[in-house]
Design a protein around this ligand. Structure first.
Ligand SMILES: Nc1ncnc2c1ncn2[C@@H]1O[C@H](COP(=O)(O)OP(=O)(O)O)[C@@H](O)[C@H]1O
Ligand SMILES: [Mg+2]
Length: 261
């Protein structure tokens, strides 16, 4: 079992310091700070529309912050060029909320896609990597299936296999369990944990599923009103006295603050 508090290494893979981002007059991120250590699963949790996807986009350089500092793999990327980000992006993969597989391609072709696009890997080696990636997500031998033949949870796992194909050091998961039933949600959580334990993979997941995150993340931040109002281990979060954290933990779908808004 991996220690609950995270990896032995002290290396910081991601650091956000006082990051702010607005769209027009809407402040989506305000002074957001957190860091992610190598080998840890960090989660950002908050209600729909609070800025979780924006947080991930800032990390992968699809959006630039208005203020603050972003460091990825020890490099200050706050004002990094596209070319600089391109190099860093080879070390990370993102599993998008939609999990979008190409419906006209087989599972194997979907998983092979990043290798086809970004590498000159020989065919036999690609086949080996695809097979290994599918095994890692518990879907060995499914190369010839079409996405339409798979359940929602299996499609999500194929999307994870595709993310693994380029052997990233960091995977960013946008709402990995949204739209899945409770059992499949737990399976995806277990998969993310297994990738951490077996491969030492660092991951960041954003989710509104507090229950899943409390079970599978090493540390998490609770996002509310543009700010991270609490950051800590699940045990630390459980002890938070912040009223919104309490409401979120107790599972109220619409905290009073939101109803009033
Ligand atoms: N590129 C953009 N342009 C304008 N507004 C955006 C953009 N991206 C996100 N937003 C707004 O920022 C807020 C947070 O979005 P998002 O991070 O997608 O929320 P979620 O927490 O559900 O992932 C939303 O109100 C959204 O409309
Ligand atoms: Mg989102």
């Amino acid at each position: 079992m991996a220690p609950e508090t995270g990896p032995e290494s002290e290396e910081t893979v991601i650091r956000l310091e006082n990051v702010s981002k607005s769209f027009g007059r809407q402040a989506v991120l305000r002074d957001v700070s957190f860091h992610v250590q190598r080998g840890e699963t960090f989660a950002v949790v908050g209600p729909s529309g609070c800025g979780k996807s924006v947080t991930l986009k800032v990390i992968v350089g699809l959006l630039r912050p208005d203020a603050g500092k972003v460091t990825v793999f020890g490099q200050d990327v706050t004002h990094a060029s596209e070319a600089a980000f391109d190099i860093l992006r080879k070390r990370m993969a993102m599993v998008f909320q939609s999990g979008a597989l190409f419906d006209s391609m087989t599972v194997g072709e979907n998983v092979s896609f990043p290798l086809d696009q970004h590498t000159a890997t020989p065919l036999a080696e690609k086949r080996r990597i695809v097979a290994e990636s599918l095994s890692r997500v518990g879907l060995p031998g499914t190369e010839a299936k079409m996405p339409s033949e798979l359940s929602g949870g299996m499609r999500k796992r194929v999307a994870v296999a595709r993310a693994l194909a380029l052997a990233p050091e960091l995977i960013l998961f946008d709402e990995p369990t949204t739209g899945l039933d409770p059992i499949t949600t737990t399976e995806i959580g277990l998969l993310i944990r297994r990738l951490r334990d077996d491969l030492g993979l660092t991951s960041v997941m954003v989710s509104h599923d507090i229950k899943n995150v409390m079970e599978f993340a090493n540390r998490l931040g609770i996002h509310h009103g543009g700010e991270l109002i609490a950051v800590g281990t699940p045990d630390e979060i459980r002890q938070s006295r912040h009223p919104f954290v309490r409401q979120f933990l107790e599972g109220l779908a619409h905290p009073p603050q939101e109803l009033a808004a």
